[in-house]
Design a protein around this ligand. Structure first.
Ligand SMILES: Cc1cc2nc3c(=O)[nH]c(=O)nc-3n(C[C@H](O)[C@H](O)[C@H](O)COP(=O)(O)O)c2cc1C
Ligand code: SF4
Ligand code: SF4
Length: 649
């Protein structure tokens, strides 16, 4: 190395050992077992899987290396395990519990004889023997830019990140300078992934040119949308990528302080990021005089207390300053006057995670992915009634239909599609007729939905859209900070009307009120919480008005979901004489034996939990659900009298 080594030269020194170690892992001498151990893997039991492997290996006296990795996004298949047995391509297995781990050790790891096709998802590399993951649409149609390494590297190993090209973009920017990187990000047309889609390069430029110093960069990892977990996954699965993007943003605007705002309900993300900060500091990739230059960056984590509104950038700043998280009027925007009055760039986790790839591969490469107005990829957490739920990264511009039906395998159990709710709690609900809508900020907004931060709930025909609107308004109403009257009182009023409708109460005036009040709340609210909160109501009114009308005009819930408007009864034609399967499951003892030893439901006692539907053996399938409740037929049944009961026993 020269006496005044460049950042690239210092980084190469660090990377050499990491690459050697990585190469050894690619051609292992002993079997290597990779276990997905992010939050979704843990929820599915990955710790038991790890213990299962350890116990079985110990019992057999076998040698193997176990490495924990993050989340690959295929949450429907967790716990996910990849086994790289010497001489075989790396093989990925799905739903591996402790029992399956034991079988894999006994059949495969001990001698490599039987690769257990019954649990196999596919090989990670092309080969002549095994199907590869690319044979499945779920893998084939994805375009991995941000999640490229998620589930493949150990998030707690800085060496793994270095070996796959980590921190090279930071070294490049340290040599090329702040102006260069701002222009590169501008030229890439990278739009913020936190919801609003504001161009990151322009935001950076405003902060860079602001006179006040010192400057601050904040990574927004609040992610309060119910059902969304993209940012959590990125922080848990590839924390150094987030930190590298954060350091580049800081360098671009001349900031000396960086804060990661992560909600306290994400303890694994917090500890993974904290561990990554410490490792990067130790190797002079963060902290003082990074990679031998004049650039220093103090990085810390701030844990948010879980209020949805604290994800809004001005409320987030208040929260860090120790105040109640309430949005304020903008301008001034944080890029000019943010944390402690200093110029502050706030970017989403996904936005920052995209930056290293753009710097490494160039803005031209990035612009070739996605659409002209929104280049790059979108990550969605696709949940609900979809076959392959999980995190999906696709190029911007693909249609909703492609995402739901091709990539995610369509609706579970072959049921009909009803609607998709996109963009978090304030997103709109779109019906089948809108499925050709391309996924990008502008097209979704035009359709009445929004990108938001990427939450997507897919619903089948058993979902009541009035209840869906009530559920989301209930959430936003609770989360309103209370500053604006329209948001605070208006959403409460919407909620009261919706609650009434789900009970069959309401009038034509209520429907008109939902519409006009929804529009007024949008106009009269300060921040996007209030400005978007009525979306679920307005879109369900627009696309599913018949369902609203059925609730109050016919006291009927067409989707058979609203409890006050449904009832259960047992079809005596199909009920099996003497079968007791449903009796034990009923929490209110509402099911009684009839005089002909079949079962019936006492409507007075039934709380409509639906447990008996699942308890009834499929070959009888005798429990019926109807709406309105008056549809329960009068079957002229009565409970057994005492004598009959005794004879029955
Ligand atoms: C109620 C509300 C909640 C928000 N929550 C988040 C969040 O959890 N994460 C996020 O990145 N942005 C969130 N935003 C958007 C932020 O205000 C801000 O636009 C974003 O962090 C900027 O980053 P970007 O330019 O990279 O998108 C929220 C906005 C509102 C109105
Ligand atoms: S719109 Fe709602 S959440 Fe936003 S500032 Fe006003 S009251 Fe608070
Ligand atoms: S729906 Fe629930 S409460 Fe009603 S009869 Fe069935 S199990 Fe009992």
């Amino acid at each position: 190395m020269s006496s005044n080594p460049t950042p690239n030269e210092i980084l190469s020194e660090l990377t050499q050992a990491a690459e050697k170690q990585w190469q050894a892992l690619q051609n292992p001498a002993v079997p290597v077992i990779y276990v997905g151990h992010a939050t979704c893997g843990r929820a599915a039991g990955s710790q038991e899987t790890i213990d299962g492997f350890k116990d079985a290996l110990e019992e057999k006296g076998l040698e193997a290396e176990i490495i924990t990795v993050g989340c690959l996004g295929h949450c429907y298949a967790e716990p996910l395990v990849t086994i790289h047995y010497p001489g075989f391509p790396p093989l990925m297995y799905q739903k591996v519990g402790a029992g399956e781990a034991r079988v894999l050790v006994n059949s495969f790891i001990q001698g490599g004889e039987d690769p257990c096709f019954e649990y196999l998802l596919g090989a990670l590399e092309p080969n002549d023997t095994f199907p590869t993951l690319m044979d499945y649409p779920r893998y084939l149609y994805e375009k991995r830019v941000i999640m490229d390494q998620c589930g493949l590297i150990d998030p707690h190993s800085l060496d793994h990140y270095l070996a796959v090209g980590g921190y090279q973009s930071l070294a490049k920017v340290l040599e090329k300078g702040d102006k260069w990187v701002v222009e590169e990000i501008k030229s890439a047309h990278l739009r913020g992934r936190g919801g609003a889609g504001f161009p990151a390069g322009i935001k950076w430029d405003i902060a860079r040119q602001a006179e006040k110093t010192p400057k601050v960069v904040i990574c927004n990892g609040d992610e309060g949308d119910p059902g969304a977990y993209m940012d959590r996954t990125l922080m848990e699965s590839n924390p150094h990528q987030v930190l590298e993007g954060l350091a580049i943003a800081a360098l671009a605007i001349g900031a000396s302080r960086a804060v990661l705002y992560i909600r306290a309900e994400y303890p694994l993300a917090v500890s993974t990021i904290e561990q990554a900060i410490a490792a990067a500091k130790e190797c002079n990739l963060l902290g003082d005089r990074i990679l031998g230059t004049d650039f220093s960056l103090e990085v810390s984590v701030f844990q948010g207390s879980g209020a949805f509104v604290c994800g809004e950038e001005t409320a987030l700043i208040q929260s860090i300053q120790g105040n109640r998280g309430m949005p304020r009027y903008r301008p001034p925007y944080p890029a000019v006057e943010g944390l402690d009055g200093l110029p502050t760039v706030i970017n989403n986790v996904k936005t920052l995670s995209t930056v290293p790839a753009i710097v490494r591969k160039g803005s031209h490469w990035f612009r070739n992915i996605g659409t002209e107005k929104t280049p790059g990829t979108a990550i969605f957490s696709v949940v609900g009634d979809v076959e392959y739920a999980g995190l999906v990264e696709v190029p911007m511009g693909v249609s909703l239909e492609h995402l739901i039906f091709e990539v995610c395998g369509g609706i579970k159990d072959g049921k009909p599609f009803k609607a998709v709710q996109i963009g978090g709690p304030s997103g709109g609900c779109l019906p089948e007729s809108e499925l050709s809508t391309p996924i990008d900020f502008d097209s979704l907004r035009q359709a009445g939905a929004m990108m938001g931060s990427g939450g997507m709930v897919v619903m089948n025909d058993e979902t009541c859209m009035v209840e869906v609107a009530r559920y989301f308004i209930d959430f936003t109403q609770h989360e309103s900070c209370g500053k604006c009257t329209f948001c605070r009182v208006g959403t409460r009023h919407l909620l009261e009307i919706l609650k009434g409708l789900t009970k069959g109460e309401g009038s034509d005036d209520d429907i008109a009120e939902l519409q006009t009040l929804g529009e007024e709340i949008i106009k009269g609210s300060l921040c996007s919480l209030g400005k978007t909160a009525p979306n679920p109501v307005l879109t369900t009114l627009r696309f599913f008005k018949d369902e609203y009308l059925a609730h109050y005009r016919e006291h009927r819930c067409p989707a058979l979901m609203c409890r006050d408007l449904i009832a259960y009864y047992i079809d005596l034609e199909t009920c099996a004489r003497g079968c007791d399967a449903c009796v034990a499951c009923c929490p209110t003892e509402a099911i009684f034996t009839t005089s002909n030893r079949k079962k019936a439901i006492d409507q007075e006692k039934c709380v409509k939990c639906g447990e008996c539907v699942y308890a009834c053996p499929p070959e009888y399938d005798a429990v019926r659900k109807v709406s309105p409740p008056e549809m329960v037929p009068d079957q002229g049944i009565k409970p057994l009298d005492k004598e009959e009961e005794e004879n029955n026993e």
